[in-house]
Design a protein around this ligand. Structure first.
Ligand code: NAP
Length: 295
């Protein structure tokens, strides 16, 4: 079995015989999804192998068509294919229609169905790691204009946060999201606010939020600046970083030093994966096992 397969392997049918699930990305060698899903598949005794597929941008439609012919059940889709994947779908979930990006594809009765499990996965992660309920909470999403941030913000909006601050470096993306929420979900606009990512803007609202979620990519590299003015964090805050590598970003380290409860994105990875798994198989997998497989 190879670490990474390509579109040529799909064309030549040179895959493990029971390869029926995959993660598509470019690059994709780093993805932990195969180990996580395989643990759950094996525990259930399902004769299915989950593989990595490195697919170049522009080739997602052909890949899906080949995968359908080969009897694949579905796939996860990661950077940079979430938009291209959505455009290849025959049917879309409500969240994908709103977000414009899909991370879960189900090949079902000849149709390509697109879903997005990132937002619901994050909500489950907050419940599990930080014992938080988002209904009625005041939440700040940093990076709300990015793929993960939009999915998170959409879920939080639908779950009834008391206040939802959407911050993004390119503020127009956060403003557009607020407009969409108001148009599509009859949201009470007084509880929604778009803002940029300046230190002064973020300091101003720090006291008005309970939960801070980092969905920017800031923190993945050691030289990255902090995505939030940490001096404004106190022990009343709960801080969740969608980043899981490194496991403790500078944001989480500083927040913990200041007495805040913290958690990293591993739980979101596991729960978004578990939701995809259930879409494909109809069975809720063992998330503890999935987490152990990648910890
Ligand atoms: P993305 O679509 O490329 O979005 C990146 C976001 O980060 C955008 O909001 C972008 O702002 C912002 N950003 C990038 N560089 C910045 C900088 N120097 N200063 C301020 N803001 C900056 O990426 P994504 O797919 O949403 O992923 C975002 C993060 O979430 C990544 O760290 C990824 O690992 C993590 N993630 C985790 C999970 C999980 O399961 N745990 C799932 C998905 C993603 P602009 O809009 O202004 O460019």
């Amino acid at each position: 079995m190879k670490h990474v397969y390509t579109i040529d392997d799909l064309r030549d049918r040179s895959l493990p015989e029971n390869a029926k699930l995959a993660v598509l990305g470019y690059p994709v060698a780093h993805s932990a999804s195969p180990e996580m899903h395989q643990a759950a598949l094996d525990a259930l005794g399902l004769d299915v192998t989950y593989i990595r597929l490195e697919i170049e941008p522009g080739s997602v439609a052909e890949s899906f068509s080949l995968m359908q012919k080969l009897g694949f059940i579905g796939c996860n889709v990661t950077i940079p294919h979430k938009l291209e994947a959505m455009e290849c779908c025959d049917t879309l979930s409500d969240s994908v229609r709103l977000l414009g990006v899909a991370n879960t594809i189900h090949f079902h009765e000849g149709k390509i169905m697109g879903d997005n499990s990132d937002g619901p996965g994050l909500v489950k992660a907050l419940e599990e790691d930080l014992k938080l309920r988002v209904k009625g909470a005041r939440v700040l999403v940093l990076g709300a204009g990015g793929g993960a941030g939009k999915a998170i913000a959409t879920q939080l909006n639908s779950e009834g946060c008391a206040r939802l601050y959407l911050s993004n470096r390119t503020v127009s993306k956060a403003e557009l999201l607020v407009e969409k929420f108001i148009e599509n979900t009859a949201s009470d606009q007084t509880r929604l606010k778009a803002l940029g990512n300046s230190v002064s803007d973020l300091k101003m609202i720090a006291d008005d939020v309970d939960i801070i979620i980092n969905a920017t990519s800031q923190g993945m590299k050691p030289e990255d600046e902090l995505p939030f003015p940490v001096e404004s964090i106190t022990s009343k805050h709960k801080v969740y970083d969608a980043i899981y590598s490194p496991p403790c970003t500078k944001l989480l380290e500083s927040a913990s030093d200041r007495g805040a409860a913290i958690s990293n994105g591993l739980s979101m990875l596991v729960h978004q994966g578990a939701i995809s798994f259930e879409i494909w198989t109809g069975v809720a997998p063992d998330t503890k096992l999935m987490r152990e497989a990648i910890s």
